[in-house]
Design a protein around this ligand. Structure first.
Ligand code: 13P
Length: 396
């Protein structure tokens, strides 16, 4: 499989990979040698996927659209279903996800949907492949590829994200099944440090995942979630976020990831959930845009925020505040809880509520679409949509 990276410097390659002065051993990779052969030569490797990755990323980062994150693991989906009194069965997960993907006209506001592996291979209750329903809606199917968080030995009770083993072959299979982008969520905890070790591990894991995804035709969403947990103020979040993104981009570059073919999924810069001082949408926007402009190259096509436990309305207001003047990147959303909460409650597991639930999803999707364009007014929002969803120590 060809590499998606177009810049490769020789320190990345073992010297034994050179066949003196000619080419790399991998026959499928075309190599343009820019300098005479020397250990420090700069190589340009063209990828069969490079153009497609750029196109996919641009499609997802299209005006007035964002991502529906519906990639809850079976365990997390079970918690969602339990909240409306449903059992965590495959049939119930299928019914709920059918409702989401088949909401009429969803593609007007939603450009991509992140799926859990079960959903990628699943059919709707009407027997159509979920992936096909999304494509008909003009929504790009994506896949959560990480294998979740486990304790990071040697750290301050922090965690690291598993999933690199076998990732290349899994990614190739996901591409065959119709996925065109991927998501890997790792977390950084402010109250637990974060330790230098945890930040480095998070950044390195994201970079390896991103390189492997691009190599297999999937646009990687790079998501180092800085958790809302804690009573720290917004300045502390800003400080940690700067450190985290500096390391993430250092390792992305070191792994020859093509920035034009990635998407980011950051947390907004806010005070900790238990901080007494709350921030207005304008303050959140100021801090977050300052962070992005200091750390994120304009080559990156899209910044798709997570909601992280904010209420539906809060997440939309914050996004809207960030889009009051033009940005170098498409600034949009990739929300799970902040798109699904009212929809799930409205459904309540009852077939007669499917249409009303789909309407609630469309209301949220449209509100965030307007916020992406900087035109959301906040009028007519329900009380349910204003309820915060922060859960201490949340796992996805
Ligand atoms: P939330 O928007 O609920 O924080 O979910 C983010 C996420 O990573 C889902 O893909």
């Amino acid at each position: 499989m060809a590499s998606a990276s177009f810049l490769k410097s020789s320190p990345v390659l073992d010297k034994s990979e050179w066949i003196k002065g000619q080419t790399l051993r991998q026959p499928s990779v075309s190599v343009v040698r820019c300098q005479p052969v020397a250990p420090s030569s700069l190589l340009v490797r063209a990828s069969s996927y490079a153009d497609e990755l750029v196109k996919t990323a641009k499609t997802i980062a299209s005006p007035g659209r964002g991502i529906l994150a519906m990639d809850e693991s079976n365990a997390t989906c079970g918690k969602r279903l339990a909240s409306i009194g449903l059992e965590n069965t495959e049939a119930n997960r299928q019914a709920y996800r059918t409702l989401l993907v088949s909401a009429p006209g969803l593609g007007q506001y939603i450009s991509g949907a992140i799926l859990f592996e079960e959903t990628l291979y699943q059919s709707t209750t009407e027997g159509k492949k979920m992936v096909d329903v999304l494509v008909e809606q003009n929504i790009v199917p994506g896949i959560k590829v990480d294998k979740g968080l486990v304790p990071l030995a040697g750290s301050n009770n922090e965690s690291w994200c598993q999933g690199l083993d076998g990732l290349a072959s899994r990614s190739a299979a996901y591409y065959q099944q119709g996925a065109r982008f991927a998501k890997w969520r790792t977390v950084v905890s402010i109250p637990n440090g974060p330790s230098a070790l945890a930040v480095k591990e998070a950044a390195w894991g994201l970079a390896r995942y991103a390189a492997i995804s691009q190599d297999n035709g999937l646009v990687p969403i790079v998501e180092p979630e800085i958790l809302l947990d804690g009573d720290h103020g917004i300045d502390r979040t800003f400080e940690v976020a700067q450190k985290v993104w500096a390391e993430v981009f250092f390792y992305l570059a070191e792994n020859n990831v093509m920035f034009e073919g990635i998407l980011l999924k950051p947390s907004m810069v806010t005070p900790g959930a238990e901080c007494k001082d709350r921030a207005t949408p304008e303050q959140v926007a100021d801090y977050t845009l300052k962070l992005l402009s200091r750390r994120i190259p304009p080559a990156v096509p899209g910044i798709m925020f997570l909601s992280g436990g904010q209420s539906e309305v809060e997440a939309t207001l914050n996004l809207n505040a960030m889009n009051q003047s033009p940005n170098p990147w498409h600034v949009s959303f990739s929300y799970a809880r902040a798109l699904q909460n009212t929809c799930l409650k409205t459904w309540g597991g009852r077939p007669e509520n499917v249409k009303a639930a789909q309407d609630s999803l469309l209301v949220r999707a449209k509100a965030n679409s307007l916020a992406q364009l900087g035109k959301y007014t906040g009028e007519g929002e329900s009380e349910e949509a204003k309820k915060g969803m922060f859960v201490k120590g949340y796992v996805y």
